[in-house]
Design a protein around this ligand. Structure first.
Ligand SMILES: Cc1cc2nc3c(=O)[nH]c(=O)nc-3n(C[C@H](O)[C@H](O)[C@H](O)COP(=O)(O)OP(=O)(O)OC[C@H]3O[C@@H](n4cnc5c(N)ncnc54)[C@H](O)[C@@H]3O)c2cc1C
Length: 444
């Protein structure tokens, strides 16, 4: 079986490793030199930690201690199962999983450093076209294109966008290398990416004030360990059952060290089954009303990161505003931003030497600028999920074409499957998807 994988972040590399272990021929298309890092694990900042303890970050679903053993053999005595390891180190680990599969020597592997720009579905196989007009043929293709960059910011003028003072992503080259160490920086968003930026700025020498602005001004909650997983959450067929079940579970966990975190974590093994059972109306209701609270409780910060954030709030070096930006204007010493504050008729105005968009990735494929995804949508092989979160795919990850009927051998992996699954962006889900896809494509 010859498989083409588009995208060499954690998802693509884990799928490659699983396929190679089964003796497949794998071609991985990824423009970056280093495989396995992608958006999450490319960071060079040692303060950027995993937001999941090491004990639950194995890349192999059938070997839960794999990451821990790797840490203990490569960094003896430094990490335990409850440690939050640096994300850059995790990228090195993902690469090592691929190297291990290559050493097993059962499959064939090549990494082509190119971007895929188009695809053709042929009667017997799939052809993927690269930006340099090469055409690669495979029996199947896996789309592991991952976290898509934000298309822009509402109301952003070309003048501000091209001023060098607006960074549309926290992962853009130079986003944290401020010219004036003491002038304020404005971060759009107050989630985990904004927290990453807060940590990175002093690492690159910034000593001034940091503002975060988001609609509700909510910060991610902090981990408290240990989580005993002492309660089991029943399957919830309706959204209201889920809300009630969570409330009851949270009230029962008050005396435990992790408190309500027990309740949130208890639903994890059931989340995707519950999600798939909800009607589209319930899913939309969840996304509109509950998601901001779900996200801040479900995706938590490492305790040491939480402490830095609290210290920054206490000493005034960080200020969080709840509201919406109403206009960004270039002024002599930076960008002037007007913010309509939440819950009142007031508008705040502040001037920052730079503004960094920290709202994370954009899952809405109708706004995608990825040439391959656009090309597949134009041909009808790929259609956006109705919730605007990735692609429509079946339970195996196979794309559901707009015209219905025959399904081509095209599969989605990782963040692209967020709509049908909800939980599809973290390693505990990605590692299972990668193994299951390999089982599907290379049955024993
Ligand atoms: C900042 C951050 C921190 C996170 N922390 C954690 C954590 O602590 N624990 C956890 O479990 N999860 C975490 N996650 C979630 C999760 O691990 C990542 O989302 C995961 O790494 C997704 O990997 P990916 O390969 O699907 O996507 P990406 O990392 O986005 O990689 C996609 C790759 O595809 C390539 N690509 C895209 N289009 C094309 C194309 N047309 N042709 C060729 N190549 C293409 C890109 O160059 C990129 O390298 C985090 C995510 C982020 C963003």
């Amino acid at each position: 079986m010859a498989t083409i994988i588009v995208g060499g972040g954690a998802s693509g590399v884990l799928a490659a490793a699983q396929l190679l272990l089964r003796g497949a021929e794998v071609t991985l298309l990824e423009p970056a030199v280093e495989l396995g890092r992608g958006m999450a694990y490319s960071t060079k900042c040692p303060l950027h930690l995993l937001n999941v303890p090491a004990g639950n970050m194995s890349a192999l679903p059938d070997d839960s201690e794999h990451f821990l053993r790797w840490l203990q053999s490569t960094r003896p005595g430094q990490y335990a199962d409850c440690s939050f390891a640096p994300r850059g180190l995790y990228g090195e680990y993902i690469r090592s999983v691929l190297d291990e599969a290559l050493r097993a020597g059962r499959g064939k592997f090549r990494h082509i450093r190119a971007r895929a720009v188009g695809a053709r579905v042929l009667p017997a196989n799939v052809a993927i076209e690269t930006e340099s007009s090469d055409v690669l043929y495979g029996d199947a293709a896996i789309l592991a294109t991952g976290n898509a960059a934000q298309a822009g910011w509402p109301g952003l003028s070309t003048e501000v966008a091209s001023s060098g003072r607006f960074f549309n992503s926290a992962w853009m080259e130079g986003a944290f290398e401020t010219a004036d160490r003491h002038a304020p920086v404005l971060l759009l968003g107050s989630g985990l990416t904004a927290v990453d930026a807060l940590l990175a700025l002093p690492h690159y020498g910034h000593r001034g004030k940091v503002y975060m602005v988001s609609r509700r001004g909510l910060l991610p909650q902090t981990h408290v360990l240990p989580v005993y997983r002492s309660i089991r959450q029943a399957h919830c067929a309706r959204l209201r059952d889920l809300v009630r079940g969570m409330r009851t579970a949270a009230s029962r966990t008050g005396a435990l060290p992790a408190g309500w975190r027990e309740a949130v974590d208890s639903i994890r093994p059931e989340t995707n089954r519950c999600w798939q059972g909800f009607t589209v109306t319930e899913q939309r209701r969840f996304l509109r009303h509950l998601r901001p609270f779900w996200d801040t409780h479900r995706h938590r910060m490492a305790p040491q990161i939480g402490a830095v954030v609290q210290d920054s709030l206490r000493d005034g070096s960080l200020e969080i505003l709840a509201g919406r930006t109403r206009g960004l204007r270039l002024v002599e010493d930076g960008v002037e931003v007007r913010i309509a504050l939440r819950g009142c008729s007031e508008t705040a105005t502040l001037t920052a030497q730079r503004v960094v968009n920290c709202t994370g990735s954009d899952a809405d494929l109708s706004r995608s600028i990825n040439p391959l995804l656009r090309n597949l949508m134009e041909q009808g092989w790929l259609q956006p999920d109705p919730l605007r979160m990735g692609a429509l795919a079946d339970d195996r990850g196979a794309l559901l074409p707009a015209r219905g009927g025959w399904q081509p051998p095209l599969y989605a992996l990782g963040p692209l499957r967020m709509g049908p699954l909800l939980e599809s962006i973290a390693i505990p889900e990605i590692r299972v998807q990668a193994r299951d896809l390999a089982d599907l494509l290379m049955p024993e």
